[in-house]
Design a binder for this molecule. Structure first.
Ligand code: BGC
Ligand code: CA
Length: 238
């Protein structure tokens, strides 16, 4: 400010003697310098105006916010990754335990005489019960009455299991003529004996597997209250 003041004063002084041509030149130079200084001062005062200070503050705040957000995102991501890793490890361990448990149950069932075929084990129980009691017995053993999903399964039963007629897990109790397995699925392929199902003695809503000479076409509908042996099936996922 002091320098500006001097330049100004000097210019004013020089102005008084501008009749001289050197003084005239000096006057122009000094005036130019003064103008430059004034412009600079103006710019400085604009840069320090409350509005520009406000802009600067906002920019700084935004930068800080960005840094903060980035930090939060990184921390959360690391945490998430750690949780994911530990959950994956836990899941794998549980899977291994379940697998061991499953194999042990299979071995135990095998020791008790259950026969293995295609992820399932089967047993023919030889006490005689009606269809509901038979089903109940299977369930108490962690199984259910057998569901036959393929010709291979149908024929496996006759090759490996017993004689006589045995209850299987098929019934049309809910709706006459609509055959359903015990897991609620609809019958797609039936291995009925010739002439079956025939509801010969009235209500014949449950199905037996006849361990006779025909190893494929051997089902018949019977009244659910009749007593037969029964076939249980347990499924293993190991
Ligand atoms: C027939 C079955 C019938 C049953 C009734 C059998 O001889 O083959 O179709 O359901 O008798 O007792
Ligand atoms: Ca019948």
């Amino acid at each position: 400010m002091e320098i500006n003041k001097n330049i100004y004063e000097n210019t004013e002084v020089i102005k008084d003697y501008r009749s001289d041509s050197d003084s005239e030149d000096l006057y122009v130079v000094m005036k130019g310098a003064l103008e430059t200084q004034r412009t600079r001062n103006k710019k400085t005062s604009e840069t320090n105006s409350p509005r520009s200070r406000c802009y600067r503050l906002t920019a700084v705040c935004l930068c800080l916010l960005c840094v903060l957000l980035l930090t939060v995102i990184i921390v959360l991501w690391v945490k998430l990754q750690t949780t994911y890793n530990s959950l994956t490890a836990e899941r794998d361990q549980l899977k291994r335990k379940a697998d061991v448990c499953c194999h042990e149950s299979k071995e135990e069932a095998s020791r008790q005489g259950w026969r293995y075929f295609n992820s399932s084990m089967y047993y023919v129980f030889t006490g005689r019960k009606n269809w509901n009691e038979s089903r109940q017995d299977c369930r108490e053993r962690g199984a259910d009455l057998v569901i036959i999903n393929s010709r291979e399964e149908q024929e496996f039963l006759s090759q490996h299991l017993g004689s006589s007629q045995a209850w299987i897990g098929l019934t049309d109790t809910d709706s006459e003529g609509v055959w359903k397995w015990v897991d609620g699925t609809a019958l797609t392929t039936g291995y009925w004996s010739s002439g079956e199902p025939n509801s010969l003695v009235g209500d014949e809503d449950c199905v037996v597997y006849d361990f006779g000479p025909n190893t494929t076409w051997n089902w018949a509908d019977y009244p659910c209250t009749r007593n037969f042996i029964w076939i249980c099936e347990k499924t293993f996922f190991c």
